[in-house]
Ligand binder design. Structure first.
Ligand code: CU
Length: 160
């Protein structure tokens, strides 16, 4: 099952650490300015892949802050590699980064940008989770536990 509250808590903690680490002079309490990016993650899932060799990962990134941020790379201790891909009409190509606009969102979703997860270290099954470590230019690394879902799963908020 998805536990959005847990994911948000992890994301908020990572963002706070990143702010402290980069020597920002803004105090965490002064939220009125809202200049910094504030990233959270919702609806992460991996449709059950036929084999551990290659799986697709989907999730939505939200930025409630006043500055854009960029997802630079994704890694996983549970897989050999994770890459960001953009689907084109013919095939797909690597994506260098994904921008999350200020007060906006960006998503990896079916038929569009997606995460390619290669070489899962355990046989995939529904209910297992895969850790993804998302590293942002401004917000640092946010860790998400992504559940493997049935092949036809759609997240609750998906309009299409
Ligand atoms: Cu791909």
């Amino acid at each position: 099952m998805i536990r959005p509250r847990a994911v948000t808590a992890v994301a908020a903690g990572a963002a706070a650490l990143a702010l402290a680490g980069c020597g920002s002079t803004a105090s965490p309490e002064s939220s009125s300015g809202g200049a910094a990016a504030r990233i959270s993650v919702s609806d992460p899932y991996i449709p059950l892949p036929p084999s551990p060799d290659a799986a697709a990962g989907y999730l939505t990134l939200h930025n409630s802050g006043g500055s854009a941020d960029r997802l630079l790379r994704v890694a996983s201790p549970d897989a050999r590699s994770v890459t960001m891909h953009r689907s084109t009409t013919a095939s797909m190509e690597p994506l260098e980064s994904l921008t999350v606009p200020a007060h906006g969102s960006a998503a990896f979703s079916r038929g569009a940008d997606h995460l390619m997860i290669m070489g899962l270290d355990d046989r995939p099954r529904v209910g297992r989770t895969v850790e993804l470590d998302l590293t942002f230019a401004a917000s640092g690394t946010i860790t998400v536990k992504v559940p493997i879902q049935p092949v036809a799963y759609r997240p609750p908020g998906a309009g299409n």
